[in-house]
Ligand binder design. Structure first.
Ligand code: MCA
Ligand code: AMP
Length: 517
């Protein structure tokens, strides 16, 4: 039987010269491909020595570092399931994820060990390690004693590689289960579709500026570079000035729209600064047409926008070169997310029928990239698939005559802020639990930097006196910072329709201009 371990496929893309540079960090460190090979072997041996159950989860909440990326690769190599967690999550959030996923190993920053380890052990973890972004922590200390040779675990295509927590429109977050084949099929398609140049053809160099706990930074960017044996310029945190300076040595950049907006705010962003660049890719949130045009004007480059989800990885993309299936279209059209990727089915549905070009409906997808289901939530999984096997994205869109797909809205109540998802239902739950609050509604409002941000509107119980500022202060101790509403208003009543449902559209309308540029 052949081994479908994703690690093996990624490794097969490494250059023959293992001593060439794989990662160059903003701290001035260089890691060769041989370092990647050896360090992932050592970490994989450490995990394997723990004799964990097949399918054991390795939950990781650490700052971005090359070692953190290697821990992800080592988890694949050892055959376990990687569970990345946003570093902004606080204890109640981590308690939920860890309680739900029951990881066998938890890796956290040393500053968080005091509160993370009791949560981890309570949920049955066998080991809790620390890993910091300065190459210290118990994980590396232990791994240093392990062999640097390791035979990758044999996996089938359908075995789980990662669980990514997402959504929560009703109830709590769901863990999207992604298999080795889900991730590999997507990486292989993107390698070709985006014209990655292997080291044999002069080689691409990627500026990696995104966090590595979501699909964009962990899969799209990292897999793309690894499977092509391309060097990464590894920024531990996005800084627009530094990112622009690094473009001079690079050919590919990937970002959420906020990254492009922030770079446009810098005078150093010029044609000259981008003269070596081959491709700028945007995704995770809608790219405003102004940003698309400003970028074109300032740099001479046309951003390629694509669309994906945690449950599916990448689904559609504007063309890099002419797409033969769509009458040879090669134009990257701002405001659209392009065409379905090869092998991915996309349909726009009305009431049980496929809608023709120009009509707006729910976007449904299928393909080898579509996840296996939600972790321990068979009911939710069933609800999100149609009877004929298509996954309902919750996005609303249309296809034009030329095949370009445009996302026009979402049927799910979701705010995308700076590329991070904020679920109103979750935040409203926290606000409603505060003493004195009667009810609340969180709505997304346009924002020049983050694209969209949450604004909370709430009513009080009789006799209560609470200010919007006090609500925000109270939430800050409980929730990840990006989920905190940017403003909070106390009102006499929330607008409701005749069915008694809060009319969020009226609230969005009322507050829409408050962050105008
Ligand atoms: C930071 N802040 C935010 C956000 N980020 N507020 C709203 N939305 C945000 N995204 C606030 C913090 O709460 C804090 O507020 C203040 O900004 C400074 O925080 P800091 O961490 O220093 O912010 P930053 O470093 O400037 O971060 C902004 C960022 C970051 C670089 C745009 O949000 C980011 O890396 N976003 C990318 C997310 C991403 O990778 N998404 C991909 C998901 P205060 O001071 O009041 O506390 S994958 C996906 O969606 C799918 C599959 C796909 O298609 O890719
Ligand atoms: P997540 O569940 O974090 O993976 O977020 C996925 C959601 O991000 C999708 O369902 C879309 O609503 C949104 N999204 C991703 N890429 C784009 C894009 N290029 N334009 C608009 N929305 C996007």
């Amino acid at each position: 039987m052949s081994n479908h371990n994703l690690f093996c496929a990624l490794r097969s893309g490494f250059p023959a010269d293992l001593d060439s540079i794989a990662f160059e960090t903003d701290g001035g460190l260089c890691y060769s491909w041989r370092d990647v090979e050896r360090a992932t072997a050592m970490m994989a041996n450490l995990l394997q020595d723990l004799q964990l159950e097949p399918g054991a989860r390795i939950a990781v909440q650490v700052e971005k570092s090359v070692e953190a990326a290697m821990l992800y690769l080592a988890t694949l190599r050892a055959g376990y399931v990687f569970l990345p967690l946003n570093t902004a999550y606080q204890s109640a959030e981590i308690e939920y994820f860890v309680g739900n996923a029951e990881p066998a190993v938890v890796v956290c920053s040393s500053k968080d060990f005091g509160w993370v380890s009791p949560i981890a052990f309570k949920a049955g973890a066998k080991a809790v390690y620390t890993l910091d972004d300065d190459r210290t922590g118990s994980l590396l200390e232990r791994a240093a004693h392990c062999s640097d040779a390791h035979e990758p675990a044999v996996k089938s295509a359908d075995d789980l590689a990662a669980i990514l927590y997402t959504s929560g429109t009703t109830g709590r977050s769901k863990g999207a289960m992604l298999t080795h084949d889900n991730l590999l099929s997507n990486a292989v398609v993107l390698k070709d579709y985006w014209g990655w140049r292997s080291h044999k053809d002069g080689g691409d160099v990627l500026v990696h500026a995104l966090p590595i706990f979501h699909v964009h930074g962990l899969f799209v960017a990292l897999h793309g570079a690894l499977i092509n044996g391309s060097k990464m310029i590894w920024l531990h945190k996005f800084d627009p000035k530094l990112a622009i300076a690094k473009l001079a040595e690079a050919t590919v950049f990937m970002g959420v729209p906020t990254l492009y907006v922030r770079m446009l705010g810098e005078a150093s962003l010029t044609r000259q600064a981008c003269s070596r660049m081959r491709l700028f890719i945007s995704g995770s949130a809608p790219l405003l047409i102004e940003t698309f045009r400003d970028w074109q004007q300032r740099t001479g480059h046309t951003i390629l926008e694509r669309y994906g989800m945690s449950e599916t990885a990448m689904l559609t993309s504007n063309p890099y070169r002419a797409d033969v299936r769509f009458a040879g279209q090669s134009e990257r059209r701002g405001g659209t997310v392009g065409f379905p990727l090869p092998g991915v089915g996309v349909r726009v549905r009305g009431e049980s029928v496929d809608l023709p070009a120009g009509q707006i409906g729910g976007i449904e997808v299928r393909g080898p990239n579509v996840f296996k289901g939600y972790w321990r939530m068979p009911e939710k999984t069933r609800e999100e698939f149609t009877a004929d096997g298509w996954f309902k994205t919750g996005d609303v869109g249309q296809v034009d005559e030329r095949g370009y797909i445009t996302i026009v809205g979402r049927s799910k109540d979701l705010i995308i802020s700076g590329g991070y998802n904020v679920y109103p239902a979750e935040i409203e739950g926290y606000i409603n639990d505060l003493p004195g609050v009667a009810e609340s509604a969180l709505v997304g409002v346009a924002h020049p930097d983050f694209g969209e941000v949450g604004v909370a509107v709430l009513t009080l119980k009789p006799g209560a006196s609470l200010t919007g500022e006090a609500v925000i202060a109270a939430l800050k101790s409980r929730l990840a910072n990006f989920k905190i509403p940017k403003r909070c208003f106390v009102v006499d009543q929330l607008p409701r329709n005749t069915m008694g449902k809060v009319q969020k559209n009226l609230l969005r309308e009322q507050y829409k201009g408050m962050f105008a540029r």
